[in-house]
Design a protein. Structure first.
Length: 553
């Protein structure tokens, strides 16, 4: 058996049962402290996953997270769920796939518990409306930024003695986190209108949880002013993007700034045009009329003489003048189909009436490109080239009255291409400050326990065993009867056997005794405390100590 193991076994036997039990208890306590500290101090930092949940949702979420191997904790109120830092997004995506957490609003599951026996038509209608409200509220809550939603719907109703049918309407209350609640309110109005039969968007009112009216009445996005503003913003953004794509490869993204102002006309136009083509004709009909006329005329005449005055005298007639005529007529009418074209144009687009463009370029960047010895003329020439590039990228039209201006100026820090100061090394460490503090505390606890507990114990076990000779009063009696500061220690050692203190081991003090001496206060301090507590008792102890040599002798 090795010498060290023999020394350890000998020392353990010399301690006795009481001391061994005490050392075992101390070792168990040290291990328990280390285990508890490691579990408590190294717990991961938790982030809030969901708050305001029902108990059923908490149970379902816990089952899903446990199956996925994601640690979680439930808040003290029982309505919130926490997960380790850094796993919030993963947990929410996992729960979204499972449809958790379910909304507190009642949806179509209401029909699962509705019995057909004894259910009136009024109850059926109310259940249908409640289910529709719950389903719409769930859909609204899926919109980014909407934390909670509540929907009220008034369905259309046609009474017996009412001529006109009541139109449906709806009101929505949302709890929104963000700055663009008005934009989401417009989308919510159209969503609700499309989900309810016969409901128009102007009949939907949207409010936030603070009572602010977000949308009501006619849709402001359909007005001409809003449409014009939207078109102008779109055109300006597109032109600005064209400028960035043209100048970024040359100057860099942080060495220029562009501003665009466009005057846009969004008036609706309708044009109708009819075009006739005289060179393109087709015979549609031909009409021909032909007439022939012929006439002969012959006339007999009696000559004038005396015989006409004689009675019973027959006069002879002679041939008179004769005439004849012939007339031919021909008429032809041709009708032609003239080619015509009709064009009707309806335009709901826009036209750019005027455009103003301003571009500022970092002068230091131009000097870097041209060289440190660049002259103002060279910089001005390069600015003119940039102006031509911008004009070509934006569709600049001088006849339309467009204005473009490019200038080279000195940029302030942060816009001149210099690298922006990045977050320091302490920025990400701040996120894990709690974990680092816990780890540091655990290391300190382990070090203290090892230094003051395990190290002396190991030294006591590995020390060589020596025979113990106990003589004189016990160790406790010696500690109670410590000498005064004026009494020399040599006098005490001279009267004790083998030159040792009463109760001490022969051959020197063990490491365990040294540890006790370090932990306990000095004899002078203990004597001063005893004097303060009871002077008479202290005097008796001193007399007894002084008479001890005489009794021994």
């Amino acid at each position: 058996m090795p010498e060290q193991i023999q020394s350890i076994i000998a020392n353990l036997k010399s301690f006795g049962v009481r001391r061994l039990a005490l050392m075992g208890g101390i070792a168990a306590l040290v291990m328990a402290v280390i285990g508890i500290a490691s579990v408590y101090l190294n717990r991961p930092a938790y982030e809030t996953l969901y708050v305001g949940l029902e108990r059923s949702d908490v149970n379902q979420i816990g089952l899903v997270l446990a199956d996925a191997g994601i640690g979680f904790d439930v808040g003290s109120d029982g309505t919130s769920v926490l997960v380790p830092a850094g796993t919030t997004a993963q947990a929410r995506m996992l729960l979204a796939e499972k449809g958790l957490p379910t909304s507190a609003n009642a949806g179509y599951e209401l029909f699962d518990n509705v019995g057909s026996l004894g259910l009136t038509s009024f109850m059926q209608q109310i259940t249908r409306v409640r289910a529709l409200e719950g389903e719409i509220a769930r859909t609204i809550q899926s919109i980014s930024g909407v934390k909670a939603a509540r929907v009220h719907i008034v369905m259309s109703e046609r009474a017996n003695f009412r001529r006109d049918e009541q139109q449906p309407s709806a009101s929505v209350v949302i709890r929104y986190a963000g700055n663009d609640a008005e934009k989401s309110a417009m989308s919510i109005r159209h969503l609700v209108a499309a989900a309810v039969p016969g409901l128009s968007a102007d009949k939907v009112t949207v409010l936030d949880s603070n009572g602010n009216l977000l949308a009501a009445g006619d849709d402001p996005s359909n007005t001409s002013a809003a449409r014009t503003l939207g078109v102008e913003q779109t055109v300006e953004a597109q032109i600005g993007d064209n400028i960035r794509r043209a100048l970024t490869p040359y100057l860099g993204p942080d060495n220029f700034r562009a501003s665009v102002k466009a005057d846009v006309n969004t008036d609706s136009r309708q044009t109708e045009e009819t075009i006739f083509d005289p060179n393109s004709r087709v015979e549609r009909s031909v009409q021909s009329v032909k007439t022939n006329e012929a006439s002969n005329q012959k006339q007999a005449s009696t000559p004038t003489s005396v015989e006409q005055n004689l009675p019973e005298t027959q006069t002879t007639t002679t041939e008179g003048p004769q005439s004849s005529s012939q007339n031919d007529r021909k008429e032809e009418i041709t009708n032609y189909e003239i080619n015509s074209k009709k064009i009707a144009t309806v335009s709901n687009g826009y036209t750019v009436n005027k455009m103003s463009i301003a571009v500022v370029v970092n002068q230091d960047r131009l000097k870097t490109i041209l060289g440190k010895d660049a002259t103002p003329e060279q910089i001005a020439k390069r600015v003119a080239d940039i102006q031509k590039m911008v004009a070509s990228a934006t569709g600049f039209d001088d006849k339309r009255g467009d204005v473009i201006n490019v200038s080279a100026v000195e940029f302030i820090n942060g816009l001149d291409g210099e690298p922006i100061e990045q977050p320091g090394i302490l920025a990400p460490i701040g996120t894990y400050t709690g974990t680092l503090i816990n780890a540091g505390a655990f290391i300190v606890v382990v070090f203290l326990v090892a230094f003051f507990g395990l190290k002396p114990m190991a030294a006591a076990l590995t020390a060589s065993a020596k025979p113990a000779a106990i003589a004189g009063p016990s160790f406790d009696d010696v500690q109670r009867s410590l000498p005064t500061p004026d009494a020399p220690v040599a006098a005490i050692t001279a009267e004790t056997p083998a030159g040792t203190l009463p109760g001490a081991r022969a051959g020197g003090a063990t490491p365990l005794d040294d540890l006790r001496q370090k932990i306990r206060p000095a004899p002078q301090e203990r004597l001063a405390r005893m004097v303060d507590l009871n002077e008479e008792r202290t005097a008796q102890i001193l007399r007894k100590w002084a008479a001890a040599p005489e009794a021994v002798g």
